[in-house]
Ligand binder design. Structure first.
Ligand code: ATP
Ligand code: MG
Length: 727
């Protein structure tokens, strides 16, 4: 019976249905946030399977994260009824790439059991190569070169293809040579890096048309989500797999949104959208304009904001969800980040209790989306105090980060010299030339006499059991810890903590590190020190952290999600909190330093992604003071706030977060109700709030150019896009 549509098609609008049913030939779905792109993709797969056009194993479907792949599999199962058996080729570019490479490793000179090196391995390897060439690796750091290679690989470039200028930019013109040496070395080691997971298959397909042909026969349909964030190498890979001889339909379907392209800094090329129509002649382009996710206010705010970008393909978005009860997007001002966290916590509790609309809201329906990962700490601390469950998505929780754990190990050992785990963690971090042998000797000695390792070290440096160089290093470590322990009772704990990180060389270790993560790690260390302010002593602080660490984090509990804006792509929540909308943080200082338009526009797209994650409620915060690199800075509200439309946005009354907190001289007067601008409706409210700031702070507001905000690290913002399994 042709007239009755299968269930999975019901409920789709005509354009969506068109996209689902146009299965043959190239198709591009270009549409704004929440218009059902991912849903179309999922339904399309269900349709292809249900109509018997292909078996699950004949579909190649690319998602941005493994999590998204799992969810898609589940949803398809629901649509077609019953579990989807197989779909072995549904996954991220990397996970699919590795699968292909394993099958044909020998064609690129590897064995099928090749290892995949992580970033640390890669850097270590490059360092060896640099040193072997007699190049000064202080001047030409391995990490920097690792990033250059990664950049070239994102562009699909072999050593012979890299631009002359690029090759010259490293190690006095040795860039190309080193890149080639690196590739050779990988081959010898039977290893590859993340970039190779796509580049090797590309090479292999080009050199072996017969193998490529096998895949052409295998993959009857190709589908790609979040297409706007593909980089050149991914595009080349895709094009190879999707192209067919003239006359044979190229069944490739990509869905994306140019306004949500947020990985330019990782080599994503939004131009791939434009290339699609060129490379796949006769491609059908479908636009979806109806948004099913958000209220009119949320869409209005997001749409108005993104309209400030110039480089756009342009599209309209509308919603039928117009309800007089819908809340406008709310902009809140807070004095500093601590107050911001407190106010967000209160808002969450209000929603939980159902104060505003009589409905109790689940924590699972709420998310806090931050620009930089260091912002998370204050929320985590606050939620632990309140007993609110939370989970951090797409990265470790603040106190679990490598640099924070290292620093904590120092503090623990000062307070508790018997803490052997802490000792082992930091005794050779930063590097002090204490090798495995020395550590083992210490270990054995400590075990045999049942003493802590620090004490064992103190004994052993008096003997010949340890080599002179290591003995000297251990002597220094012991001296340091003795002194810090003595200072414990006399020196204010924050001062002591700073001193420990300085004198141990730990801070310097990251200062000398040229990697992209290093600034973020330093920022986290500053944030760690800052978080001690609320405590009386180092011990009190350590106790607090152990409680935070103990806080549950399991998948089933009802919990607020905390994540970076980058990891929020594709997701949706009833209520979204967007803290930290200040110049220098969001837009990020790095984008501002660049000067040009493109960095700023990418920040604006990120803001667009943030707002459009919200279904019903969106709360934005900015603070007047933020501590950046350990220094208090008075900050200016983000320019993005100025770009929100007054019709869809309201400014929170100042009452909530100020009352009752006796914060000395600050506070209430900042939002004086006797407001000279109050009747000027063309001035957004936060401008009015700003105009009422005390004179002392107001001085810092007006001049954007002269405003000093230090650089904030990019570290860890965004998911590790390269993770193969479990992001
Ligand atoms: P993003 O750009 O953020 O990735 P998207 O375009 O992929 O968004 P989806 O996540 O697929 O959008 O859909 C957004 C929401 O709208 C989802 O909750 C989805 O179930 C719902 N939705 C999509 N199409 C329809 C429809 N025809 N009827 C009802 N709900 C729909
Ligand atoms: Mg989507």
């Amino acid at each position: 019976d042709q007239t009755r549509a299968p269930d999975y098609l019901s409920g789709l609008n005509p354009e969506q249905r068109d996209a689902v049913e146009t299965v043959d030939g190239p198709l591009l779905v270009l549409a704004g946030a929440g218009t059902g792109k991912t849903r179309v993709l999922t339904t399309r797969i269900a349709h292809i399977l249900a109509t018997g056009r292909a078996f699950p194993s004949q579909l190649l479907a690319v998602t941005f994260t493994n999590k998204a792949a799992r969810e898609m599999k589940e949803r398809i199962g629901l649509l077609v009824g019953g579990a989807v058996e197989g779909m072995p080729w549904l996954g991220t570019f990397h996970s699919i790439g590795v699968k292909i490479l394993r099958r044909h490793a020998e064609l690129v000179g590897l064995r099928s059991d090749f290892t995949i090196l992580d970033t640390d391995d890669v850097v270590r390897l490059i360092k060896q190569l640099i040193q072997a060439e007699g190049i000064d690796d202080k001047r030409w750091p391995a990490k920097q070169f690792a990033q250059m290679i990664d950049g070239w690989k994102n562009k699909g470039l072999d050593p012979s293809q890299i631009p002359e200028g690029d090759a010259r930019a490293f190690a006095n013109g040795k860039g190309r040579e080193l890149y080639a040496a690196y590739q050779n070395r990988l081959k010898t080691l039977n290893a590859c890096d993340f970039g190779d997971l796509l580049l090797h298959p590309i090479r292999m397909f080009r050199a072996n048309p017969d193998v490529l042909k096998e895949y052409h026969q295998k993959f009857k349909y190709i589908l790609v989500d979040e297409y706007q964030d593909t980089n050149t190498a991914q595009y080349m890979w895709l094009r190879l797999l999707a192209q067919r001889p003239p006359g044979v339909p190229q069944n490739v379907c990509c869905v994306g949104d140019d306004d949500q392209s947020i990985y330019g800094w990782r080599g994503a090329e939004v131009d791939n959208i434009l290339r699609f129509e060129k490379d796949f002649p006769g491609a059908k382009v479908i636009k979806l304009e109806r948004n099913y996710r958000s209220t009119e206010h949320i869409l209005g705010a997001a749409g108005h904001l993104i309209a400030h970008n110039e480089g756009r393909l342009g599209k309209t978005l509308f919603t039928d969800r117009v309800n007089p009860d819908d809340e406008k997007v709310v902009v809140h001002a807070a004095w500093d980040s601590e107050e911001e966290a407190r106010a967000v916590g209160e808002e969450i509790e209000r929603l939980q209790r159902g104060d505003s609309d009589g409905k109790k809201h689940a924590l699972n329906d709420m998310a806090i989306l931050v620009r930089a990962s260091f912002q998370m700490r204050e929320f985590e601390d606050r939620f632990v105090t309140l007993g609110l469950n939370y989970r951090v998505i797409g990265g470790p929780r603040f106190y679990e980060r490598l640099e924070v754990r290292d620093a904590m190990a120092y503090f623990r050992l000062v307070c508790q010299p018997a803490d052997d785990l802490a000792f082992e963690r930091i005794v050779n971090t930063p590097k002090r030339g204490l090798g495995d042998t020395t550590i083992r000797t210490l270990h054995d000695y400590a075990r045999a006499r049942d003493v802590p390792m620090l004490a064992a070290a103190a004994d052993l440096i008096e003997t010949d059991e340890i080599k002179p160089k290591a003995r000297k290093a251990l002597f220094d470590v012991i001296q340091h810890f003795r002194r810090w322990s003595e200072l414990l009772e006399t020196t204010p704990h924050i001062e002591l903590a700073e001193q420990i990180l300085e004198e141990s060389g730990y801070t310097d270790m990251w200062k000398n590190d040229k990697s992209a993560e290093a600034p973020g790690r330093l920022e986290n260390l500053k944030e760690l020190i800052r978080s001690m302010e609320a405590f009386e002593s180092l011990r009190g602080f350590l106790e607090h952290v152990s409680l935070v660490m103990d806080a549950e984090q399991n998948a089933d509990m009802d919990a607020v999600s905390i994540m970076t804006l980058h990891s929020a792509k594709g997701l949706e929540f009833d209520t979204v909190f967007l803290p930290g909308w200040e110049e220098g943080l969001f837009p990020h200082q790095r984008a501002l330093d660049e000067g040009g338009r493109s960095g700023l526009e990418e920040e604006r797209r990120l803001a667009y992604v943030g707002i459009t994650r919200a279904k019903r409620r969106c709360h934005i915060w900015f603070v007047s003071n933020r501590r950046i690199h350990g220094l208090w800075q008075s900050t200016m509200p983000s320019r993005f706030l100025d770009e929100l439309p007054v019709t869809h946005v309201e400014v929170a009354e100042s009452e909530q977060s100020y009352g009752g907190y006796g914060r000395g001289g600050y506070g209430q007067s900042r939002f004086d109700k006797a407001d000279p601008f109050a009747n000027n409706y063309s001035t957004p409210g936060w401008k009015r709030a700003q105009a009422n700031k005390s004179d002392a702070t107001r001085d810092n507001w007006g001049t954007r150019s002269g405003h000093a905000v230090e650089r904030i690290g990019y570290g860890e913002s965004g998911p590790k896009a390269k993770t193969i399994d479990g992001e």
